[in-house]
Design a protein around this ligand. Sequence first.
Ligand code: 5GP
Ligand code: ZN
Length: 113
Amino acid sequence: MTACLFCRIRDGEIPSTKVYEDEHLLAFKDIYPKAPLHVLIVPRKHIATINDLEESDAELAGRLFLAAKKIAAEAGYGDGYRVLMNCGEKGGQVIFHLHLHLMAGFYDHEQDQ
Ligand code: 5GP
Ligand code: ZN
């Protein structure tokens, strides 16, 4: 059993509210949403941080953005949303399995983080 939270969510060991999945990615609602739509888009492959991406992951990394576009549009936020990825502890990353935050519906610039 892996200790990685998002691998465990991927494997169904920990429940999540999935909003999208395909052979490469899954996306589920953030448990502490910071916007009306706050989804985490996660590659199935365990990659800890942006710094662990290899050249061979380039297509997979691109797929995170294409999924964001699709999920935002399907949720009715295709006209405006925000994506964000933290890298490393000093970049605010808490879960060390690559994930793209997709947020929409409300954005308070004062709380930029
Ligand atoms: P990070 O700071 O690593 O970029 O973001 C991690 C995100 O994961 C946070 O926004 C946090 O709310 C979310 N999170 C932490 N634990 C869980 C969990 O068990 N389930 C879900 N769905 N999200 C989680
Ligand atoms: Zn993982």
